[in-house]
Design a binder for this molecule. Structure first.
Ligand SMILES: Cc1cc2nc3c(=O)[nH]c(=O)nc-3n(C[C@H](O)[C@H](O)[C@H](O)COP(=O)(O)O)c2cc1C
Length: 378
């Protein structure tokens, strides 16, 4: 554990411990993966101003996201199939986030259900909603998230049709994995993973199986999900979802200032500037490149969050400087989970916290909330 110093170290370990099909599922983008790469690379082009001889004592990373206190402005992003990176993955990641004081967001396409996560956490978590054609199922999901006392609903807008990730097609991605010779050979040499899986009953999409009509088993599930994303979703749907939910609402997947202005009009509490981690529209801009323009366009009409490509605490600070009030990490916590389970998620958060703290000091600031555009060299 002591030689794990970066998110890249966690990634290397996850590659060795997680079956190829699920490691690749995390480490992939749509088509040529150009947007996936740009999300990370574009952070490197942004430079800080180094400042000296200012009092750097009593530093704090604490702030709020949608009015909720966070120990640092880094939430765990919703990610599908997280319970395939590690047995009971969503439950473990939610516990790690809770202990760390940052929000955990559970995906609709999770392995552990809303109720599973609620059973092992004390503080409210956030729930991410995909709008599917089966409206009764969607209403029921919203009600289940309310019953579990989730404190925010994250409505994902950028997956009305699924972007193609070649690796998933080539690997024949499924949960649980099909027992082909290649999969058996790959899993056999990862005993930590399969022993964990053998010891849990959570091996399929538990928010869905047993809740959606006509989905009784895994075979019916795969055809159901591919047909289910609603291509007709539009701005007017945000209104009924907001009303049914009745709590804090975050709109995820905005990459254009016109859409951001539309989002502000819905009365939602925040937007997430996001391209789904480069997994949807290949060739779209990186999130960090459009963040400033969007934040400037909406001003204080709606809170702005961002995700995509954050691999260090420095990246988080750059996003804050360019107008984000909060950020999310997807792959960094998945790599931590795949590498070391709950401890690995904590490790990912600790790495980011330390990097943020040292960078803040060397920029001559004491409070994370003081980071602004003037802190960047331009
Ligand atoms: C393996 C994986 C699964 C994802 N599943 C979902 C999902 O179910 N719902 C959703 O809104 N976003 C999903 N996303 C997108 C993330 O919420 C987030 O936007 C993205 O991971 C941020 O980029 P990063 O991984 O570079 O931090 C997924 C991302 C990954 C990597």
């Amino acid at each position: 554990m002591s030689d794990i110093l970066t998110i890249a170290d966690l990634k290397d370990l996850a590659r060795r411990r997680v079956p190829k099909m699920f490691f690749d599922y995390a480490d992939s983008g749509a088509w040529t993966e150009s947007t996936y790469r740009a999300n990370e690379e574009d952070f490197q082009k942004i430079k800080f101003r180094q400042r000296v001889l200012v009092d750097m004592s009593n530093r704090s990373l604490e702030t709020t996201m949608i009015g909720q206190k966070v120990s640092m402005p880094v939430a765990l992003a919703p990610t599908g199939l997280t319970g395939m990176q590690h047995a009971d993955g969503e439950m473990l990641a939610a516990q790690a986030a809770e202990e760390f004081g940052v929000p955990f967001t559970l995906s609709t396409m999770s392995i552990c259900s809303i109720e599973d996560v609620a059973s092992v956490t004390k503080k409210p978590f956030w729930f991410q909603l995909y709008v599917l054609r089966d409206k009764d199922f969607v209403l029921n999901l919203i009600d289940r998230a309310k019953a579990a006392k989730c404190s925010a609903l994250v409505l994902t807008l950028d997956l009305q049709v699924l972007g193609q990730r070649h690796k998933d097609v080539r690997n024949g991605l499924s949960a649980p994995p099909k027992m082909t010779l290649a999969n058996i050979a790959n899993i056999a040499v990862r005993p930590g993973w399969w022993m964990g899986m053998a010891g849990t009953k959570r091996r399929t999409f538990r928010n869905i199986v047993g809740h959606a009509k006509g989905v009784g088993d895994v075979a019916s599930l795969s055809s159901w999900t591919t047909e289910q994303f609603d291509p007709q979703l539009s701005w007017k749907d945000v209104a009924w979802i907001k009303e049914r939910w009745g709590g804090k609402l975050i709109l995820k997947g905005i990459l254009d200032k016109e859409d951001a202005l539309m989002a502000a009009k819905t009365g939602a509490d925040a937007i997430i500037v996001s391209n789904h981690g480069g997994r949807q529209l290949d060739g779209a801009s990186s999130s960090i490149m459009v963040l400033e323009e969007i934040a400037d366009a909406v001003g204080d009409r709606i809170e702005v969050h961002m995700d995509g490509g954050i691999r260090s605490g420095q990246d988080v600070l750059k996003a804050l400087c360019l107008g984000a009030k909060g950020t999310y990490i997807g792959r960094p916590f998945l790599y931590g989970l795949g590498a070391l389970g709950k401890e690995g998620v904590t490790k990912a958060l600790e790495i980011i916290r330390k990097e943020m703290d040292i960078t803040l000091a060397l920029c001559g600031k004491r409070l994370v909330t003081d980071m602004g555009k003037d802190q960047l060299r331009r």
